[in-house]
Design a protein around this ligand. Sequence first.
Ligand SMILES: [Zn+2]
Length: 286
Amino acid sequence: MPELPEVEALAGYLRERAVGRRVERLEVAAISALKTYDPPPSAVAGRTVTGAGRYGKFLDVRFDEGLHLVVHLARAGWLHYREAFPSAAPLRPGKGPIALRLRLDDGSGFDLTEAGTQKKLAAYLVTDPALVPGVGKLGPDALEADLTTFGAQLRSRRGQVKGVLTDQSVLAGIGNAYSDEILHAAKLSPFAITDRLTDDQLAALHAATRAVLGDAVRRSMGQRAAELKGEKRSGLKVHARKGLPCPVCGDLVREVSFADSSLQYCPTCQTGGKPLADRRLSRLVR
Ligand SMILES: [Zn+2]
């Protein structure tokens, strides 16, 4: 799932490549992906791309006269920038991976795609991004929050730190992958309870959040949009690395599985060498 660093890099790529270009048209192939109907997709035609930004994990493509295409890429969504499209014919609604296509006046543009059968990619054509459900409820940006804000937000929600870190209303932008990385860098158990964290632990968590997300943004920037996903994988130390050695201490990375997700961590770095109970397995045993 694209998280803050990937979405930031996509926005950066669009700022470089698309800003200043005029829109030929916005084509909608997956009707269910476009969550708004007013203004209609035809309202984008003829407008100029004036900017691109990010709210948490939401990408914001800005057009003149205050129109925004706000996109949540969900688990399997991505933005593919095309220097040229294979055909000038409009997309036809269908079951393919392309949900939306934006064509620009120099023949380039981008496709918003979603792999798999679960279609969760959501796009909104709005005059104000705050109108997008989810954007209005976002907490402070994870990369921008200072220690005071960060600490207050985390302590405002009592729960396991892994869950609280990924709650978009607490901090915006962190998902399953980078929360594993941040907790590893901060040497904290994913199951540590937020309101029991010491000031030192909170400071370490804040520093780790900045470092992990900041490094990932720097690695991603300057990459071609098509290569961003692979770059994320190569920068990870524990996430999706079950059974591989921790690059910090050499212990084997372990996993805890849940119904539809899992987390990875290093026992030596994070839990005093003790493996965490796998909730799913212990539930089966009970
Ligand atoms: Zn380790």
